[in-house]
Design a protein around this ligand. Structure first.
Ligand SMILES: Cc1cc2nc3c(=O)[nH]c(=O)nc-3n(C[C@H](O)[C@H](O)[C@H](O)COP(=O)(O)O)c2cc1C
Length: 203
């Protein structure tokens, strides 16, 4: 593949979409979209890794309370995502959409009724990089849509969950392609074909 180099500034990076639920100091709830989200582990503890920049309310709440809900956003939740992502902008005319708020089963965190998959997280530690803070957060509970059929929490057909993928633009998923290992043989066969093709080209 021929590529060209571009300046390494903010660029496309494939990200999952979450709306983070926290409580404000007066115990009212607050929700905001965050897509700098990944996962890691420490021993048996499965952790969400989440980054926030600036001094937004969500970040202040997470620092103060040390807990939050991460509500996976599916395509039907995009109006909510857009609303929460722009509610502090100059356009104050946008009406608040209707949404239901629940609560954590294990942690005291507000959750969004519409989300099919919710992590209840507690902050274990954080790392500052300039204006951004990255939080490492053991997942204390997962709330999943009870209609979701899967063998275990790793075996989930994402095309049913229908998550929004963000990369500067919103996307939805295409097809479910298979499991780990399904493509080993195909890759080997494909590589052999490609190699012999380029080899022939060189001749
Ligand atoms: C699609 C999208 C993705 C975002 N991702 C992040 C993110 O990963 N980290 C972050 O700090 N802010 C992110 N934001 C910005 C916050 O959602 C936004 O500043 C929000 O208004 C903060 O609300 P709050 O002040 O109630 O916390 C994102 C916004 C949008 C629309």
């Amino acid at each position: 593949m021929k590529r060209r180099s571009v300046e390494p500034i903010y660029s496309m990076c494939v990200q999952p979409s979450f709306i983070i639920g926290t409580y404000n100091e007066d115990r009212s709830y607050n929700f905001a979209p965050i897509t700098w989200v990944s996962a890691t582990c420490e021993g048996d503890s499965y952790m969400l890794v989440i980054s926030m920049f600036g001094s937004k309310k969500t970040k202040q709440n997470v620092i103060r309370d040390g807990k939050f809900s991460a509500n996976l956003v599916n395509t039907s939740m995009l109006p909510l995502m857009d609303y929460f992502g722009t509610k502090h902008s100059v356009d104050k005319k946008v009406e608040e959409p209707v949404y239901g708020v629940g609560h954590g089963e294990v942690l005291e965190v507000p959750t969004l009724d519409e989300s099919p998959w919710v992590y209840e997280c507690e902050v274990a530690r954080s790392v500052e990089t300039g204006d951004s803070t990255t939080f490492f957060c053991p997942i204390r509970n997962i709330q999943m849509d009870e209609n979701l059929i899967c063998e275990d929490t790793f075996d989930v057909d994402l095309t049913v969950l229908d998550p929004v993928i963000y990369s500067g633009r919103y996307h939805s998923l295409g097809k479910m392609l298979g499991r780990i290992g399904d493509f080993r043989a195909k890759h080997t066969a494909g590589s052999a074909e490609r190699n012999s093709f380029s080899y022939k080209q060189k001749l």
